[in-house]
Design a binder for this molecule. Sequence first.
Ligand SMILES: Cc1cc2nc3c(=O)[nH]c(=O)nc-3n(C[C@H](O)[C@H](O)[C@H](O)COP(=O)(O)OP(=O)(O)OC[C@H]3O[C@@H](n4cnc5c(N)ncnc54)[C@H](O)[C@@H]3O)c2cc1C
Length: 426
Amino acid sequence: MEETISNIPEDKVFDLVVVGGGAAGLMAAGTAARDGRSVLLIEKMEKTARKVNITGKGRCNLTNMCPPEEFLGKVRANADFFAHSFKTFTPNATCHFFKKQGVKLEEEAGRRIFPKGGKAYEISDALRWWCSDHGVVVMLNTKVEQILTAAGRTYGVMYTNKRGFRRKAEGRAVLISTGGASYPATGSTGDGYRLASEVGHTIVPVRPSLVALRSDHPKMKDLIGLRLKNIRASLSVDGEEAASEFGEIEFSTRGIDGPVILRMSRAAVDAVIDEKKVEVALDLKPALNEDTLRARIARELEELDPQAFAIELLRKMLPRNLVYFVADSAGVHPKTYAAKLSGEDIGRLIAAMKRVVFPIVDYGPWEQAIVTAGGVSTDEVDPETLQSRVIKGLYFAGEVLDLDADTGGYNLQIAFSTGRLAAQMK
Ligand SMILES: Cc1cc2nc3c(=O)[nH]c(=O)nc-3n(C[C@H](O)[C@H](O)[C@H](O)COP(=O)(O)OP(=O)(O)OC[C@H]3O[C@@H](n4cnc5c(N)ncnc54)[C@H](O)[C@@H]3O)c2cc1C
């Protein structure tokens, strides 16, 4: 379906050269071509939209239908800047767009939208068709090396073609949509930051976000495989609470993971980089306060065999991997007779269940981060057009900008909205 070329005629000047064929680049290229512009899309991988295909665990959570204020609240940097793009192309418009391309959609919990067929490739295929239907010229296996400028204006790019030769592609405008630096195997290796900074743009330092956190708690290994639902996690930085979230977490070889931790990871990563003291504290029984938890323990003790050990009491209240962990944290020997637990022992067990503290010393690498925080500074880009304020005719869209959001379909919507606005080439 993807019709591609390897070389372009030397005298050809495109209206728009799009650098990077991900969610933002494909949306922009097809839109500009539909509006009658000649468009060249250059993609360095052997196929476009590789990252889209792995989104939402292969199912692609393409947007979120929550109210606009709530949506913008999920954008963790420069939400005001993004608001202009968002207004131009809303989640409703995204759904309408994909439905028109023949993709059936459905809404799931948390107002998240997925293709009904459950396959992310329905979304990447729809974007590719959108481009080919409107005559976008696509070059694959081709890496853009440099943005060409003269007298404060861009006139194209230098690229290395698939045979390793450097060539020029001329364009009246250039769009950088090279994505972030996360999951580099998909092609998003942060090239756009260098391309933009070489022509004078400021790059807000990039760091992994929506990523697992690593603790040096001595018992971390014992918890691998544990998944906890309905717990409260609180993030503290230098002793001050920085975030508190309710939901699901997971312990894996990556560290402490799961939706709640991913949402907190942006603040935690920044604090670790700043060498602050970072801790995640888990409340394993958030629905019970200390008194109601004490009453629950008393009820469990009444029902227990008089010869039962403390460990059996904990088994009735906690997942398997946490039983010894909590006994140990509370300093209660697992083989103490439950009936002989003192008021103090019970107090320590309650404290251990209400607050399990994990010191955070590191975070997952780029290979595991869902998005990139930081990027091309939005101060130097016009939010109403996405044109550079530094180089005329240069535009930006997608994750290469200093825009990132929570999980839930918000990041792809950022790519679609900014791609759509940039394509207007105002
Ligand atoms: C595992 C995972 C799951 C995710 N799940 C979701 C989800 O369900 N919902 C959601 O909203 N978001 C999700 N995201 C985030 C979302 O995928 C990204 O935010 C989005 O793809 C960014 O779009 P983009 O077009 O800016 O960049 P990308 O999609 O990364 O595309 C950039 C493209 O530019 C190309 N490129 C880079 N440098 C060059 C160069 N020098 N020359 C030519 N081409 C170049 C790359 O090869 C790539 O194809 C997920 C991310 C990951 C990693």
